[in-house]
Design a protein around this ligand. Structure first.
Ligand SMILES: CC(C)(COP(=O)(O)OP(=O)(O)OC[C@H]1O[C@@H](n2cnc3c(N)ncnc32)[C@H](O)[C@@H]1OP(=O)(O)O)[C@@H](O)C(=O)NCCC(=O)NCCSC(=O)CCC(=O)c1ccccc1C(=O)O
Length: 312
């Protein structure tokens, strides 16, 4: 064998080596370069810049990224943060080039520590316009109804209302420094909507009771074994791995994914139950008991719930 013949044989040998063990199906669907660095461009919506979040899209790929940008308070959300997230998610929904959305928090210490306790009032969370609201409940519905997968990318804490946000996302990729849990009963709050239904669906009623009644925090490996997240990776590989999952999803039929997401959600409790639960949180925030939880957190002391009766 000489010249062209030799070259062709070498080419064939390389091809066989590269694909050894892979079926034809696997070879057809293999990503060209799943670890190729992603290039992000910053986006505004309707010409208005964001103040409490970052909103980016990948160049030429179909990934949108929403980042809560309040690292100084562990990415706790205010009504404004939530309103900005709602605008970004609406844009990601409307943009037919976007096929998957990443939800994350700025920095490595926290994905999100829930509602900003400092702006909680007796009627909900108060924003710049002084109107109290619980608008994170609408955001939860928006994420669930978004006809594209939402992947939560968690480094550090995902606690309180931040943990509920990770629960309503379709998939969660956690860094090895991630910590999950609910804090509500410590600080005079609870999410008896998706905070209970999505969690029960995911980890079962026994474990859900434990998470809510004891308010313990769980490290990434515990969370993985409970089923609270999909995988755990080293912190410095978090975005790389999340983007890899996005790219795999983006290769598949968008309509199939859309219907499957809705169908999986339909196996769970509904949005009317969430609204009822939200109303009970609102009523609870008016009580002295909830106020003790909120005040104790801000005063950096242990709450004293001893004077509140356990009714028969
Ligand atoms: C997240 C912690 C475990 C991190 O601990 P650590 O790393 O040691 O940092 P800290 O020193 O504690 O925090 C640094 C800095 O950030 C401030 N901060 C942190 N979290 C919050 C927060 N949620 N609100 C306000 N400020 C926060 C903290 O005070 C420090 O400030 P300094 O000025 O530097 O002192 C830990 O921080 C922690 O446990 N945080 C509180 C977690 C929490 O309890 N969150 C609230 C849970 S209730 C909730 O989220 C509402 C639920 C909800 O949204 C909802 C549900 C159902 C119906 C309606 C609603 C609704 O909309 O309310």
């Amino acid at each position: 064998m000489e010249g062209r013949g030799l070259q062709r044989a070498a080419q064939l040998a390389r091809h066989i080596c590269a694909n050894q063990g892979a079926s034809q199906f696997e070879r057809i669907h293999k990503l060209e370069d799943p670890l190729k660095p992603v290039q992000w461009r910053s986006c505004s919506v309707g010409g208005v810049d964001f103040e409490e979040i970052l909103y980016e899209k990948s160049v030429g790929e179909g990934i949108a990224k929403v980042t809560i940008n309040r690292p100084e308070c562990r990415n706790a959300f205010t009504p404004k943060t939530v309103e900005e997230m709602q605008r970004a998610f609406q844009d990601a929904r409307d943009d037919s080039d976007v096929g998957v959305v990443i939800l994350t928090g700025k920095g490595t210490k926290a994905f999100c520590s829930g509602g900003d306790v400092a702006v909680r009032s007796k009627q909900g969370y108060v924003g710049d316009n002084q109107i109290p609201r619980l608008n994170v409940l609408d955001l939860q519905i928006q994420i669930r109804r978004l006809p594209k997968p939402v992947i939560c990318m968690v480094a550090g804490y995902a606690v309180g209302g931040g943990h509920v946000l990770q629960l309503v996302c379709d998939l969660t990729i956690a860094a090895d420094n991630a910590v999950f849990g609910q804090t509500g009963p410590k600080v005079g709050s609870f999410d008896a909507g998706f905070g209970v239904s999505a969690m029960t669906h995911m980890i079962g009623a026994r474990k859900t009771r434990e998470v809510w009644f004891l308010t313990r925090l769980y490290d990434a490996q515990e969370a993985l074994s409970m089923g609270l997240c999909n995988t755990v990776v080293p912190l410095d590989k978090l975005e790389e791995e999340t983007v890899k999952w996005c790219r795999e999803i983006l290769q598949n039929s968008p309509t199939a994914i859309r219907v499957l997401k809705a169908s999986i959600n339909a196996t769970e409790a509904n949005s009317d139950a969430q609204a009822m639960a939200g109303n009970s949180t609102l009523i609870f925030y008016n009580s002295e008991e909830a106020e003790e939880g909120r005040k104790s957190y801000l005063e950096k002391r242990k709450p004293d719930f001893s004077k509140f009766k356990r009714l028969p």
